[in-house]
Write a protein that binds this ligand. Structure first.
Ligand SMILES: [Zn+2]
Ligand SMILES: [Zn+2]
Ligand SMILES: [Zn+2]
Length: 87
């Protein structure tokens, strides 16, 4: 067992796979296996930003990040071919 001084001794569980101790959903193996559409729904459920996954809506996002696939205002992880989502 590693002593991890960087981690608060707060038990939280992953919002995606419910593992304890948790991890940020962007590091979650379950999240990575989801389809972009499922990820999109999850981000929506968690009220996260589609661009940077922070706790604000993509409308309020200051990030200049764009989708690597289409150059649109979504993270490439959330991009799927039939991406017709508009805010
Ligand atoms: Zn997880
Ligand atoms: Zn953002
Ligand atoms: Zn895209």
């Amino acid at each position: 067992m590693h002593a991890n001084a960087n981690e608060q001794k707060k038990s939280f569980s992953c919002q995606v796979c419910k593992a304890t101790p948790g991890h940020l959903f962007i590091y979650c193996p379950d999240f990575k296996q989801k389809t972009p559409a499922e990820r999109h729904q999850l981000i929506k459920d968690l009220n996260r930003c589609y661009l940077c996954f922070s706790e604000h809506t993509s409308v309020n996002c200051k990030s200049t990040r764009v989708c690597e696939v289409c150059g649109g205002r979504n993270h490439s992880w959330l991009h799927w071919d039939n991406n017709a989502v508009e805010d």
